[in-house]
Ligand binder design. Structure first.
Ligand code: HEM
Length: 151
């Protein structure tokens, strides 16, 4: 059963957050460098974007498994009337997931739009805007009151 892996999944999910945040920041800094240097989008912009979206996709998958294993999510779905009134329970069962799905969609839109852009400055600009907005949504959706590091 997945519930046996709950502590492991929680530690992986908590740690992976830093990889997502650092990769997102690196992708945006790469775009700024690309725009100011007017260099080609590949490989810098493409590779940094790919790393960011890949970490985010992985985090999404771990998040889905965590939701299946989580006693918090179980508590909400076993008694929604009570669970939805509790901020922490509702946050993880509904708000956190919604924020992160939106962020994931924004990052993927950025990857597609930058790939389709007609020149490198436009590609960097597209990537910077969409990755930037997705990163802001992620930062807003992270439960910062929980441990910053979990081993
Ligand atoms: C749609 C995708 C996601 C789902 C379904 C999801 C699901 C969850 C769930 C259910 C929990 C609570 C687990 C528990 O305490 O029982 C959680 C916690 C957390 N999530 Fe997500 N998550 C997703 C995406 C993300 C992303 C993209 C980030 C950050 C980059 C993130 C960062 C965190 C953090 C920092 C915690 C707290 C972990 C801890 O207390 O150590 N999640 N997530």
């Amino acid at each position: 059963m997945l519930t046996n892996y709950y502590p492991t999944l929680l530690a992986i999910h908590s740690t992976l957050r830093w990889f997502v945040l650092i990769a997102g920041l690196a992708a945006i800094i790469g775009c700024l460098i690309g725009i100011s240097g007017r260099g080609p989008f590949a490989p810098l912009g493409r590779v940094l974007g790919l790393i960011y979206v890949s970490f985010l996709d992985t985090q999404f998958l771990v998040g889905i498994l965590l939701s299946i294993a989580s006693p918090i999510v179980h508590a909400v779905f076993s008694n929604p009337a009570v669970g939805m009134k509790n901020h922490d329970l509702r946050f993880f069962a509904v708000e956190h997931t919604t924020y992160m799905v939106i962020a994931l969609a924004l990052a993927h839109i950025g990857a597609v739009k930058s790939r389709k852009a007609t020149d490198s400055v436009k590609a960097y600009r597209m990537a910077m805007i969409w990755y930037g907005i997705s990163l802001v949504v992620i930062i807003g959706g992270i439960p910062w009151w929980r441990p910053l590091i979990r081993i």
